[in-house]
Write a protein that binds this ligand. Structure first.
Ligand code: EZ4
Ligand code: CO
Length: 402
């Protein structure tokens, strides 16, 4: 089999998605996601200008060699743009391989290790009461694991809480909006929020929380310690992860489990975090982490250190990544949990898919390959719109982490 053609599709059914379609001489094609939220066009041009010309004529079954060609062979390694572009190719090739062998991708990754992939959803509210009601609404939908985010009194808005009360979407069209941040009210409010969640919902529900990179290690240590009575499944991104040894300090003070990795894109970004057992869950995604070929190696490395996966699954990860994540999560042994933030109806229509949600679990379905398609005629009705993640400033105007 040979790759005969490949091209990038950009569509915006509510938010932007970059999809690579790889075609072969046997009529089988594969899809890969290359969406990098707020920087979509950089991956699209990386693929079109630099990668696609090198793919034509290659054997799509050579997932390992093509991965090495695009990583090692390029001289410039790593980084979110490069790794998302490599992921788009890699996932499309696994999709082709599955279709050619007439089997779902999970069978190529080790076969089923479980019956379903436990997912967690997002509950949020402008204040504690609203957040608690949203937890109740999500529990009704069958979720066994719920991330809880609340607005903070005195701050105009914060991460994970939608402005108008509707759906939360990580990026917004137009130029970046600006939010304000103060750590002290957040640190005071968050343990109280989880105390109330436990009082109302009991011990059985898995509870998660995303700090979204806003704390210093010592502040994160305090939060982890004060959350201990409420037995969280994890706190996520407590502090920015460029300084991996920062997590040592958090670890020395708390047994609240820690999840990191949605902004990481290479195994080397979490090398120290994993080998020192400073984290419990690695959240690097298939799209930003270089594809299934790379994620399998990362998961196998993490397994040696009792670190499980908890892959990022926000709406900026397209249904193609969601499908890949579900095949991956069904197959690998050290799967932990998968984030599930449902896409809009428009997005689901542009990407018809076999994966499904039932009662707190998701399943990739039994279609050969990834089991996800792209309706290009429908996609064409949703042209690209420039969009950005917000920026964040402290109350005195200093730019800080979003
Ligand atoms: O801010 O996907 O856990 N989920 C998250 C997301 C991220 C966005 C970034 O593009 O932190 O909401
Ligand atoms: Co997050």
């Amino acid at each position: 089999m040979k790759i005969t053609n490949a091209y990038v599709n950009i569509t915006s059914p509510g938010r932007n998605f970059v999809t690579l379609k790889v075609e072969t001489d046997e009529g089988i094609y594969g899809l890969g996601d290359g969406t990098l939220n707020g920087r979509e066009m950089s991956v699209a041009s990386y693929l079109t200008e630099h990668v696609i010309p090198c793919l034509i004529g290659r054997d799509p079954f050579q997932t390992e060699d093509i991965w090495q060609y695009l990583y090692r062979g390029v001289y410039w390694r790593r980084g979110p743009v490069t790794m998302s572009a490599i992921a788009a190719v890699d996932v499309a090739l696994w999709d082709i391989k599955g279709k050619a062998l007439n089997t779902p991708v999970y069978n190529l990754l080790g076969g089923k290790s479980r019956d379903g992939v436990m997912v967690y959803c997002h509950a949020f509210g402008k204040d504690t009461e609203a957040a608690l009601d949203d937890v109740a609404a999500h529990q009704e939908l069958g979720y066994r694991a719920i991330r809880v985010q609340s607005g903070v009194a005195g701050l105009k808005g914060t991460y994970g809480v939608s402005k108008g009360g509707g759906r939360y979407e990580p990026a917004e069209r137009g130029l970046p909006s600006e939010y304000e941040w103060a750590t002290e009210p957040y640190l005071r409010a968050t343990p109280k929020l989880f105390q109330k969640v436990r009082e109302r919902f009991g011990e059985d529900l898995h509870l998660l929380h995303d700090c979204h990179h806003r704390l210093t290690p010592i502040e994160a240590a305090r939060l982890g310690k004060e959350l201990e009575p409420y037995h969280l499944f994890w706190i996520e991104d407590p502090t920015p992860a460029e300084l991996q040894e920062g997590f040592k300090l958090i670890r020395e003070h708390t047994v609240t489990p820690i999840a990191v990795g949605e902004v990481l894109n290479s195994i080397w970004d979490s090398h120290d975090l994993i080998r020192n057992q400073w984290i419990d869950y690695i959240r690097t995604t298939i799209v930003h982490g270089g594809g299934l070929t790379a994620l399998k190696k990362l998961a196998d490395f993490a397994d040696l250190y009792h670190v499980r996966t908890g892959c990022h699954g926000a709406t900026d990860l397209s249904p193609v990544t969601m499908a890949a994540a579900l095949h991956f999560g069904l197959a690998i042994h050290n799967f932990g949990i998968q984030e599930h933030m449902p896409h809009t109806e428009e997005t689901d229509a542009v990407f018809p898919h076999a994966y499904m949600y039932t009662d707190g679990y998701m399943h990739p379905g039994e279609k050969p390959g990834l089991g996800v398609d792209l309706d290009e005629a429908l996609a064409a009705k949703y042209p690209y719109h420039r969009a950005y993640l917000p920026v964040n400033r402290k109350l005195d105007g200093t730019l800080t982490d979003w």
